[in-house]
Design a protein around this ligand. Structure first.
Ligand code: MN
Length: 317
């Protein structure tokens, strides 16, 4: 049985809207409402953040709060690598998705020789860089830092020198580049991308299981294909952005809600499939924003139910 360690990162400096730092609190309230002892069973360790930087608005067009993001990445690298080093399975609850770039670096620091597969369940591909991002919001960039790319070929701008230098530092933070190969990244439910990301996904032959395809071919068939694609992978990281779920069906309680997504049961099918894979070493849930939830706390309640179900499956192994 895996020894689960719950780690919380409330950093929201990568998001364009405010409030995802309250995502963990909302999950805890959801657990109480459900009468669950989940957070008693898995005591939480909190990593430091730099949300204080938000008080002084950064209007950089290419990479907002990148200096703070280096610190946040470092907390993830240290927190995740030491948790794994102590024999734990880090179960992360994070605010904005940028933390995942640090998580991936932390996993690679713990397992430098192992080939890492990344499962990205998200409405977004998060492959932007300071060269391509339309907003400069860094929660759209974590996978570019994992791949160690600038995507200059499809640039919409050249960032200023200080940003370019900081990006280099961020990308090289754990001293491992690349941390994951494009063929070892599997996307599920990605449906809201910019053309710079589309071009990159095509160039690098990255696989996205679209919602329509999952339904037409069946989840089991698609997940079996995913398993084959992961034949040569040694360890797996699973990243669950709650905006992978349908915002009309669940709620808009997330920073960048997108319609036509997964149902909660469909999200569970994907997550639980990877829970049964003994190579899974870390899981992260992100982007719950209760301040944007028009249905009280439904997004956190839904995400909590999905997470509890995943954890039950993980404990069966
Ligand atoms: Mn997303």
């Amino acid at each position: 049985m895996k020894r689960i360690q719950c780690i919380v990162q409330e950093s929201e400096i990568g998001a364009g809207t405010r409030g995802s730092s309250l995502g963990f609190a909302a999950m805890k309230i959801a657990s109480l409402k459900a009468g669950s002892n989940f957070f008693a069973k898995y005591p939480q360790e909190f990593l430091p953040n730099r949300n204080d930087l938000l008080l002084k608005y950064d209007d950089s067009p290419s990479a907002k709060n990148i200096e703070g993001m280096k610190e946040v990445y470092q907390t993830m690298v240290d927190g995740v690598s030491s948790s794994i080093g102590a024999g734990n399975f880090p179960l992360l609850i994070s605010a904005d998705h940028c933390s995942a770039g640090g998580t991936i670096a932390g996993i690679k620091k713990a397992f430098p020789e192992k080939r890492l597969g990344v499962v990205w369940v998200d409405a977004h591909a998060d492959l932007h860089t300071p060269w391509t991002s339309p907003t400069g919001n860094m929660h759209g960039m974590p996978l570019a830092t994992a791949l160690c790319i600038n995507n200059e070929n499809h640039a919409r701008r050249t960032p200023e020198e200080a940003i370019r230098n900081s990006w280099d530092e961020l990308v090289n933070l754990a001293g491992l580049c690349p941390k994951v190969l494009p063929e070892d990244m599997l996307f599920f439910a990605v449906r809201d991308t910019e053309r710079q990301e589309d071009a990159l996904m095509t160039d690098m032959k990255m696989r996205n299981f679209r919602v329509e395809e999952l339904r037409e071919r069946g989840f089991q068939n698609c997940l079996e294909e995913a398993a084959v694609r992961f034949n040569d992978v040694d360890i797996i990281y699973l990243s669950f952005d709650v905006d992978s779920m349908d915002c009309d069906l669940v709620s808009h309680g997330t920073g960048t809600p997108v319609p036509n997504g997964l149902s909660p049961d469909e999200a569970s099918q994907i997550l639980n499939f990877f829970a049964r894979d003994e190579r899974l070493v870390c899981m992260e849930t992100v982007e719950i924003n209760p301040t944007l939830d028009e249905k009280k706390n439904l997004m956190a309640e839904t995400a909590f139910a999905v997470l509890e179900d995943f954890t039950t499956e993980l404990n069966k192994q």
